[in-house]
Design a protein around this ligand. Structure first.
Ligand SMILES: NC(=O)c1ccc[n+]([C@@H]2O[C@H](COP(=O)([O-])OP(=O)(O)OC[C@H]3O[C@@H](n4cnc5c(N)ncnc54)[C@H](OP(=O)(O)O)[C@@H]3O)[C@@H](O)[C@H]2O)c1
Length: 314
């Protein structure tokens, strides 16, 4: 089968199409014929060697985490899925394995049934960004119509899900995004928008109960300027020292830094499936073919689009 892999860390130029044996399955696994894969920033952070501590430097490495497809075979101990089911999910070890292949073998605990009303590219867009949005929503704690929330970088995959989860809380949500995506931020529930290409949200006079930075460009030390006493700063790209020291340092400071680490699970994906059944929408801005994988990654890394970018495989 065809798969995309790389043998050195680097930019999209290191991605190669290689032929590998179709994977065989363990009793707890399913074999999925992949129909679509969505792109996450994590994919290129691993490929560029920015996560060597976790990924190690052993090659070849495969690419892509989130996929959707059709079950071709199910192991003897898999009870809840069968051949022909349309599913979405993630590869078990995204530091080494990759979803960008004609087939993937994954444990049945890493997949969910794809709702009939969404396409394969939309299904593939759910796992990493959707699970992160649910976890962020839960970490925000009790939210009410008096809560003021700022989402910096609000219209990528993560922000698209988070904005829509927050919509029903009645909270006052401000979305910071680029010019072309401002209309999407409003459609997904933002009460007000700031165009980061024209205005600096840190210079504004408004203060927030919660600030979440999805652009990976706002530092906690700067965000404090626009945080109320007791406010939370949610950081989905924390450094190792943030993860280790924040819980203790938060005991001694009013404005709290919360490191956000998450993965798709039985705790978060069902909440998203429920929201999708009630009308949450999934925007896939552009879809590429398998043979255009390099172009797809180049396009995704450049940014400037709302929602997700996906690759159709079969
Ligand atoms: N901790 C976890 O478990 C976890 C899980 C999922 C994701 N993440 C991380 O969370 C972050 C967001 O993920 P994502 O999938 O939503 O990424 P994404 O799709 O690339 O979205 C990033 C957003 O930030 C915006 N942006 C870029 N520069 C900005 C600036 N200077 N000011 C304000 N906004 C800016 C982008 O707008 P333009 O495109 O218009 O530039 C885009 O809307 C990534 O760093 C990702 O790695 C963490």
């Amino acid at each position: 089968m065809k798969t995309i892999a790389y043998k050195v860390f680097g930019d999209t130029g290191v991605l190669q199409t290689i032929d590998e044996q179709k994977p065989s399955i363990q009793p707890n696994q399913v074999l999925v014929k992949v129909k679509a894969v969505s792109i996450n920033p994590l994919d290129w952070k691993i490929r560029k060697g920015e996560m060597k501590l976790m990924s190690g430097s052993k090659f070849p490495k495969h690419t892509g985490t989130d996929f959707a497809g059709v079950i071709e075979d199910a192991g003897a101990s898999v009870a809840n899925f069968k051949k022909g089911d349309e599913v979405f999910g993630m590869v078990k070890n995204n530091m080494k394995d990759g979803a960008l292949a004609e087939y993937v073998a994954v444990p049945s605990t890493s997949i969910w049934k794809k709702p009939a009303g969404i396409s394969f590219v939309q299904g593939a867009s759910i796992p990493t960004a959707g699970a992160a949005a649910v976890t962020a929503f839960q970490k925000m704690g009790r939210i009410n119509p008096d809560s003021r929330i700022l989402i910096n970088g609000a219209t990528g995959g993560f922000g698209m899900f988070l904005l829509q989860l927050l919509r029903d809380t009645g909270a006052s949500v401000t979305a910071v995004t680029g010019t072309d995506a401002l209309a999407f931020a409003k459609e997904w529930g933002a009460g007000s928008v700031v165009d980061y290409k024209k205005d600096n949200v840190l210079s504004q006079k408004v203060v927030y109960d919660i600030v979440i930075d999805l652009s990976a460009k706002m530092r906690f030390s700067n965000a404090k300027r626009i945080m109320k006493p007791g406010a939370l700063f949610l950081n989905p790209v924390p450094g190792l020292s943030d993860i280790i020291t924040s819980p203790v340092r938060n005991l001694f400071r009013s404005k709290k830094h919360v490191a956000l680490l998450t993965a798709p699970s039985e705790e978060n994906i069902p909440m998203l499936l429920n929201a999708i059944s009630k009308g949450l929408t999934i925007e896939v801005s552009k879809t590429f073919t398998f043979n255009q994988a390099k172009e797809a990654y180049k396009y995704a890394e450049k940014g400037g689009y709302p929602g997700k970018i996906a690759i159709e495989v079969n």
